[in-house]
Ligand binder design. Structure first.
Ligand SMILES: Nc1ncnc2c1ncn2[C@@H]1O[C@H](COP(=O)(O)OP(=O)(O)OP(=O)(O)O)[C@@H](O)[C@H]1O
Length: 361
């Protein structure tokens, strides 16, 4: 009835018909459920223009790679071939300078894969159509230069006060590792460490960003607490492994962010399972479902359960992008990125929706 794809463009694109399409799309989009759209595509997002079987959507969070699945859903619902193209435009005002959201990536314990997850999450958000930066605040072991293939490089000074960020894989990056000898950084005390983070954040010309990922130092001590107080973060992602010890530390991470009122966006369970390359059998080397229990206890979602995989280690340590050669591994981070971005959007929405009622008593 709507004539999408019929080719009779001029007569079909009257205003009335246009709005009729909008209505039908809107109805179906609202029913579309996925990890990224747990409550359907939000009403505010449905700025759809639909032409010749192509539905262009402007979405308020990074989810561009959801387009094929959304297209398949709409095609089935509307019984005609529909392609979806997603453009990402975050509507909210920047939280800091021209940065819309700062996301802290933290772990209660060292060596759980925090930096690896931070970099791959940043790349995945980029592939989901967002403008993304990464700030390496891990003063004790800055690994972002290595993970982005930028070792030994130095950022350029824009003027006397500001530095230009480095760029790799479409990400803007800044790290203490570009500026000081790592051996010097290890002796920094609390105030110096948090001051270094604030300075790097303030004095880098980030330009306009949708998301800035901050790779925090491991642990939940005073340094991490001060850092989380000083940075206007929209939320935090906690990386853990399924081990009891790592989970106990992850709990401390949740408590720390609660203390400074930074919402937890979700948990990433890294090294969740290992698939034998020979027989294909999956084993839970570090235990099973620890993060699920943590998630239930604190009511925070699990963004991903990532495998322990040689491809992740090799590709990351060579400064590569998983989506170039290891799409199956990249898919885990893509799903985590969409979930992280949407969770942040829905969390903010819920916060904005809180009504404060002042009474006399
Ligand atoms: N899912 C994974 N599969 C295989 N190797 C991984 C995975 N995640 C991380 N690694 C490897 O584990 C090692 C530690 O990872 P990473 O440096 O990201 O940890 P971290 O928590 O940031 O450490 P630190 O506490 O030193 O900051 C690296 O060699 C990395 O390549």
């Amino acid at each position: 009835m709507f004539g999408l794809g019929s080719g009779k463009k001029p007569s079909l694109f009257s205003k009335r018909r246009g709005s009729q399409w909008q209505q039908e799309y809107r109805q179906h989009l609202g029913r579309y459920r996925s990890a990224a759209f747990p409550v359907g595509v939000p009403e505010s997002a449905v700025q759809a223009s639909c032409e010749q079987g192509l539905c262009r959507l402007v979405m308020p969070f990074a989810c561009a790679q959801e387009a094929p699945e959304l297209g398949a859903f709409l095609s089935e619902q509307l019984s005609r071939e529909i392609q979806v193209d997603i453009e990402v435009q975050l509507a909210e005002k920047p939280r800091f300078a021209k940065i819309k959201h700062i996301i802290m990536v933290a772990s209660g314990k060292g060596g759980v894969g925090k930096s690896t997850c931070a970099v791959n999450l940043a790349m995945a958000l980029r592939h989901e159509g967002a403008r993304v930066g990464i700030l390496d605040a891990d003063i004790y072991g800055p690994s972002i230069p290595l993970l982005l293939g930028l070792q030994g490089q130095k950022p350029q000074a824009k003027d006397e006060k500001t530095l230009l960020p480095m760029e790799a894989h479409g990400l803007k990056a800044q790290s203490i590792g570009f500026l000081v000898d790592p051996d010097d950084a290890t002796v920094w005390r609390g105030p110096m460490a948090s001051q270094a983070l604030v300075q790097l954040l303030n004095e880098t010309q980030w330009g306009e960003l949708d998301y800035l990922i901050v790779d925090m130092p491991p642990g939940t001590g005073d340094i991490q607490l001060t850092m989380s107080q000083k940075v206007p973060a929209s939320g935090a992602v906690i990386i853990t492994t399924p081990q009891d010890l790592a989970l106990a530390d992850a709990q401390k991470g949740v408590a720390m962010f609660n203390k400074v009122s930074v919402p937890i966006i979700g948990l990433v369970e890294n090294m969740s399972q290992f698939q034998c390359p020979h027989c294909g059998e999956s084993s839970h080397i570090f235990g099973a479902d620890g993060a699920v229990q943590l998630s239930q206890r604190y009511g925070v979602p699990i963004l991903a359960q990532l495998p322990l995989a040689m491809e992740i280690r090799q590709c990351s340590e060579q400064g590569g992008d998983l989506s170039d050669d290891y799409q199956d591994m990249a898919a885990y981070f893509a799903a985590a990125a969409r979930l992280c971005a949407s969770q942040l959007y829905y969390q903010q929405g819920a916060q904005q929706g809180v009504e404060i009622i002042i009474t006399d008593d």
